[in-house]
Design a protein around this ligand. Structure first.
Ligand SMILES: Cc1cc2nc3c(=O)[nH]c(=O)nc-3n(C[C@H](O)[C@H](O)[C@H](O)COP(=O)(O)OP(=O)(O)OC[C@H]3O[C@@H](n4cnc5c(N)ncnc54)[C@H](O)[C@@H]3O)c2cc1C
Length: 439
């Protein structure tokens, strides 16, 4: 069958096996020569793709939930959306969540995902207590920060190359309501938005939507969203009756792939104009449900079809703080000139790196994520951007990548190919991405 991840690029021929029970999984892994591990395929590129794919989606039971300590244990195929449905009504929230709740716990560990609170709370691995890993010798190894710690850190961000994470235990954060106190603030250009990030470091959640087609004095025009979990006193009397109730709206769906002409410079410019001006005042303060704050795109099923059948790729880079301004200016100017930008451009400020996990993406500095439709000239443009990222000491996020070159990857992650391959078990657990970057 044809299979792709969220970017619909690349699309490959592969077969998927999904199993419900641990002994079946062990049997499969023992028999299979080489395969890739897949959660919900919400990475954008080729990281959970190959000819033989093992999907964890049927291995999805919650094993325990300690409501005293706020600790949950589940099988790796459980989706974050399923965890939220269980924990929010009981006054808990995920310690770290990406911009979609439709990922598995295995995928959250495999990519060591980050959220809008990285500057305060780090990556998913920071909250992980332990997990069980099925390794290439078909043994189940318990890993934590004190037990098999090397394997623990290699697996966090290890993109499925150390083995199958079977189950995991992690800590949750306590919340009083299912609402967020959000401030959204317009910034006229890059200087303003970077100042806002610096001034907002005490806020738990910060991110900005950025208009990548602006030029000159408006280069980097954006809207910052910063938020905190709302306390009971902050929500309306009506909401106080059920402060932890989930307010999930019916979803819209994009029923078919948009034709190729639908997304062009004109439509992106129009969207960006409307988005920036929909808020009349410089600042707007609101109490909103957590769903639109954390997962605005989840409200539209299959929004990835907007980019047409050829798919798209997301370019997410991070630059060290000291070179972030120079790099962002340079890259935004280059993108604006190309006219190739997308409307879903997100800027965040990362805190300290997780230095124990060699493939964990965040380093301290600014990260920008942009979607690009797969079309003529796009890979040449991204190769050019790579040069800027490399020169300035940055790197790209593996979970979004489908095209970076092996040398660029090894240089930017400061890895030695032989050495890193020794730590992985690629004769058993491999992927198209690993073949592209590590062969
Ligand atoms: C709309 C959208 C917004 C996003 N926003 C963010 C964001 O803000 N921050 C962020 O960090 N990411 C973000 N992502 C990326 C996403 O969180 C990661 O790619 C995540 O890894 C996807 O999880 P998955 O379950 O779909 O796994 P997959 O995409 O199927 O797999 C991802 C990787 O994890 C490995 N893996 C999966 N399960 C296991 C397992 N059980 N054992 C071992 N390895 C495993 C796979 O081999 C693969 O290398 C976003 C993605 C989308 C579509």
């Amino acid at each position: 069958m044809k299979i792709a991840n969220w970017g619909n690029y690349p699309m490959v021929e592969g077969n998927i096996t999904s199993l419900e029970f641990e002994d079946e999984i062990r049997h499969y892994a023992a028999q299979q020569h080489s395969f890739t591990i897949r959660g919900n395929g919400r990475s954008y590129g080729d990281s959970s793709l190959d000819t033989h794919i093992f999907s964890t989606l049927k291995f999805n039971k919650i094993l325990s939930f300690d409501t005293e300590k706020g600790i949950i244990c589940c099988q790796s195929g459980v989706l974050l959306s399923e965890i939220l449905a269980l924990i929010v009504p009981r006054g808990f929230f995920l310690p770290v969540t990406p911009g979609t709740k439709f990922i598995t716990v295995g995928g959250a560990i495999g990519a060591d995902v980050h959220g809008k609170n990285h500057h305060k709370d780090g990556c998913f691995s920071a909250h992980l207590i332990d997990f069980e890993l099925l390794n290439a010798n078909n043994e189940i190894i318990k890993c934590s920060k004190t037990e098999n710690a090397d394997l623990f850190w290699l697996t966090c961000g290890g993109m499925g190359l150390t083995g199958i994470i079977l189950s995991a235990t992690f800590g949750l954060k306590k919340i009083a309501t299912a609402y967020i106190r959000q401030e959204s603030i317009k910034a006229r250009n890059l200087d303003e938005i970077m100042d806002l990030f610096e001034d907002s470091q005490d806020w738990t959640y910060t991110m900005a939507w950025l208009d990548c087609l602006q030029k000159g004095k408006s280069l980097g025009r954006s809207v910052m969203m910063r938020g905190e979990h709302a306390e009971i006193e902050e929500i309306s009397e009506q909401k106080k009756a059920r402060p932890l109730a989930l307010d999930i709206k019916p979803k819209l769906a994009i029923p078919f792939y948009f034709p190729n002409f639908a997304l062009n410079t004109f439509s992106v410019k129009s969207f960006n104009f409307l988005y920036y001006h929909k808020q009349f005042t410089k600042q707007s303060n609101q109490i909103i449900p957590y769903e639109p704050f954390f997962y605005p795109l989840d409200a539209i099923y299959h929004w990835n079809r907007m980019y047409g059948k050829n798919g798209f790729t997301q370019y997410q880079f991070v630059l060290p703080k000291e070179s972030s301004k120079e790099g962002l200016e340079h890259i935004l100017r280059r993108i604006s000139k190309s006219g190739q930008g997308s409307f879903l451009v997100v800027l965040k400020l990362f805190g300290k790196a997780n230095l124990l996990s060699p493939l964990s993406f965040p380093i301290e500095g600014y990260t920008l994520a942009l979607d690009f439709k797969i079309q003529k000239g796009i890979f040449e443009l991204l190769d050019e951007l790579d040069k800027i990222v490399l020169d300035l000491g940055g790197r790209l996020y593996l979970a979004k990548d489908a095209r970076m070159k092996a040398n660029f990857f090894l240089q930017t992650y400061q890895l030695d190919k032989q050495n890193i391959n020794k730590h992985f078990s690629r004769s058993k657990f491999d992927s198209l991405q690993a073949k592209r970057l590590l062969d």
